[in-house]
Design a protein around this ligand. Sequence first.
Ligand code: PLP
Length: 485
Amino acid sequence: MHEERAEIGKLTKRLNQLGEYLDRFLQFEHPDAVQQANEWRAALGGGLPEEGCGADRVIELMGEHLIPNGSQIPKPGCTSFITTGGTSIGLLASLSGAVASPQRLGMTAFNFLEELSLQWMAEMFELPDGMKGVYSSGGSVANLVCLGAARQWAFEGIGVDPAAEGVSVPGRIYASASSHHTIHRAAAVLGLGRRSVVAIPVDSRGRMSVEALRNQLLKDKEKQLLPVAIVANAGSTSTGAIDPLQRIGEIAREFNVWFHVDGAYGLPGILDPVVRPLFKGVELADSVIVDPHKWLGAPVGIGASYVKDRDLLQRAFTQEEADYLEGSCPEDEPIKSSMDSLGIPYSDFGLELSAPSRGAVVWAMLKEIGREGMRARVCRHNAMAKALAELVREHANLELLQEPSLSICCFRYVHENCDDLNVLNRRIHRELIRRGTSLPSTALLDGKLAIRPCFIGARTDWQQVDNLVSQVIDIGRQLSTAVDL
Ligand SMILES: *Cc1c(COP(=O)(O)O)cnc(C)c1O
């Protein structure tokens, strides 16, 4: 029988073992998980274990059945959605935190890196002076946290504390028609309702129409609807479009409305001198989000929210005093132990009380390759999207559906004898996934189904561009000469 007390001093050997399994996984020589589902389900499944089998056997099961049947997402050729595998240093920092600082709180070195890494990112992404941040699990929660600050600010302006009392009048959030649906969910959770999000139309390059925004604000002002926030994309999810931040920011100032910039994916694009001018106006933002677990290559579970005034977050998300904490950390005595203070009260700035040390992960990634290393990666990915667009333009059977702004390129295969190009491209995409070396996702642009690679993986390099184009052409040719089309 294995008892529950965790053994100390056994990590080195087990990490070595695990490291070998993980390195082997990253060779991607194993078949896709679905191929052998019966086998791994039998090996890993079964009923609730009555007696444990011990850590050695668990590691063996992980190495033989769990890890090799993981996801395709970390593959260099996977350009689906906006996601990738973490870089090694980030994964190792994450593991270090799990062992040495399981909570972000306390006067520890890990806690110190929460604030320092947030500040480093603010500097790297040229955020307005004085903006302060808080980590959360990702863009969904990060947007919710920032819109919580926006709600607080807007309702306090009419003499209501919405966090304490709830919302008193209908509010409105203005977001581009191509905004991420986490904005709508945040509106729902914050008591404003999904329908409070007004979709502002976009132009042919996916950017919010400033005219339409202004007209909508004027119209709603007459109806006395409370404007809560204007949400701009710094890199939309479908195409990477960057809204005209400067002009939107100026309108927000003019109408006295909170200006939120969703840079979950695209904010690191500011590192690329070619596209940096498109980010002008981010300095007018009242709040900004970025996901280190996207372009920076952190393991999934790290988003960052920034606001101009962190006191607003405290008012929006405080849990107020609680008996179960009373007296645990003396406030009026000198700090002599890391347990004497919780440090910066991050748990009052967002939704999470227990939360891992995420700052060490971002710190480690930036320490490893620096701003210049990040810049090189972002520039490479943006250049890959442009190079792909060029190849698409040169080929008679390929059509570019939108000029890339960042590292996403939307295109499709075209053929004169085909009367439903969406069906054709859906089939091309399915076949790409089956072949399994080039794995983009798809998106609908003005009713047209696009093949949509997003280059963000640290291991994704130039050969993926040629590989994707040649496979799409090859599959497109085969399918469009098939009789049943
Ligand atoms: C990915 C994304 C989100 C959601 O982020 P998660 O980390 O997946 O929760 C929000 N907004 C934009 C623009 C995104 O690209």
